[in-house]
Design a protein around this ligand. Structure first.
Ligand SMILES: *Cc1c(COP(=O)(O)O)cnc(C)c1O
Length: 420
């Protein structure tokens, strides 16, 4: 792909973009003059689909009309409502439908998965995580170590970039496993690191972990809806994600959970149980001993919030219509254009932390601006660019292929040039 550093070229790409019309399916935040802002924050909170309101209203209407009977008589009955999300969600993360369920929120699911898949012994108890992991993941790991009576510092092994480098190297993870594999019980890695944007080789990590008898899980918060993690084929034991970033399902909306099919009917695994994970045939008899559903569904606890799931349905229907491969193809080209324009700035202050190889990143680029401080971000915000600032000197920008266009990317780099 040869790019050009002109607005005309960006507009030409937009005219040729097979997904161009999807932009109008989203509500773009406006500036004070009523023009759409340059929204590059879909890695933090995805935008609202125009249809979301209607999907939620339909449930409110059915609740008004049917009361409790809505569980069976609503247009989309609430009893099996989570099942309406499963097929689309499974495709997006490359899993079998039986391996996927939408429930709870990300960190809650992470704890539930650790109840089942973190089974430390006195000698094999450590957890490996990437050093720049999202704080919530680190807190979850540390509290699990403490809960099992281990020292949370000593028990948490950090996979760290080398001095002077920004990215983690696979060979350094191999070295950790060679040296401490006998003491490690679990590898829990953010599939696409939230800070650097580095996407890790999930299958290689899983094979490495399994060869040392460790469980392997991934946090796909920055992967789901962004890259194709191909979860089933990685062989990972479990994965968790949220639906409000790339999956555009609204603030605090429900998370997703993957349990590999090899664990589907393992009733000996520890698990924290609730009635929604119980056999559907006898769930309402209420007097039976817990009988876990087969597959990921068996980890559900409560009857789920239908209004939140309605928003997820609205978003997944858009993914279905666009097709994930088409979305990803645009994403690679769009982020490639951003990378090209940043390189064209030819400014020594700017350093792209995110890998240059498309296979090792999603849509986000993390841009280090040397000697900059948060003023830079404030100025960008004043210039109607919505981006994300991470101390000490990194701007994260994520052109989302469903609603961002080439002109957004061109304009962003123009405005960045102006404020620098
Ligand atoms: C966004 C994000 C979270 C947020 O967790 P919640 O439980 O949904 O609040 C956790 N981990 C990672 C890696 C994230 O990117």
């Amino acid at each position: 792909m040869t790019y050009q550093n002109t607005l005309a070229f960006a507009q030409q790409c937009d005219r040729e973009d097979p997904l161009a019309h999807f932009r109008s399916k989203f509500l773009l935040p406006k500036d004070d003059k009523g023009n759409p802002q340059i929204y590059l924050c879909g890695n933090s909170l995805g935008l609202q689909p125009v249809t979301t309101k209607q999907y939620i209203e339909n449930e409110l209407t059915d609740w008004a009309k049917h009361g409790v009977e809505g569980h069976t008589d609503a247009e989309h009955p609430w009893l099996p409502y989570h099942e309406f999300l499963t097929n689309s969600m499974a495709k997006i993360v490359g899993a079998k439908p039986s391996e996927v369920v939408m429930m709870n929120t990300l960190t809650t699911n992470l704890h539930l998965m650790m109840v089942s898949f973190y089974q430390p012994t006195k000698t094999k108890y450590k957890i490996v995580i990437e050093s720049d992991a999202f704080p919530s993941d680190k807190y979850a790991m540390e509290s699990q170590l403490k809960f099992h009576g281990f020292d949370s510092k000593e028990g948490l092994v950090l996979w760290t970039p080398r001095d002077g480098e920004d990215l983690c190297r696979f060979e350094d993870l191999e070295k950790i496993m060679e040296e401490q594999g006998d003491e490690i019980a679990l590898l829990m890695i953010g599939s696409t690191n939230y800070y650097s944007g580095q996407h890790f080789p999930l299958k290689k990590i899983t094979e490495l972990g399994h060869s040392h008898n460790c469980m392997v899980g991934f946090d796909l918060a920055h992967g789901a809806g962004n890259i194709q993690p191909d979860l089933h084929n990685t062989g990972a034991d479990f994965a968790v994600w949220c639906s409000y970033k790339y999956l555009n399902s609204g603030p605090g909306s429900l998370g997703g959970c993957f349990v590999h099919e090899r664990h589907a009917d393992n009733k000996d695994l520890n698990r924290f149980a609730g009635w929604w994970g119980h056999n559907k045939e006898t769930r309402f008899n209420m007097r039976h001993e817990f009988d876990a559903l087969s597959g990921a569904e068996g980890w559900q606890l409560s009857n789920p919030p239908i209004l939140s799931m309605a928003a997820i349905r609205a978003s997944l229907d858009i993914y279905e219509e666009a097709g994930f491969d088409t979305i990803r193809a645009k994403s690679e080209k769009l982020t490639g254009y951003l990378e090209y324009l940043l390189d064209e700035l030819d400014n020594d202050q700017i350093h792209i932390i995110t890998p240059r190889d498309k296979a090792e990143r999603g849509c986000q680029l993390s841009i280090q601006v040397k000697n900059a401080n948060k003023d830079l971000h404030t100025k960008l915000t004043k210039a109607h660019v919505i981006s994300d600032w991470r101390e000490p000197d990194v701007i994260r920008v994520a052109p989302a292929p469903l609603y961002n266009n080439y002109e957004d990317v061109f304009e962003f780099v123009e405005r960045l040039k102006n404020v620098l």
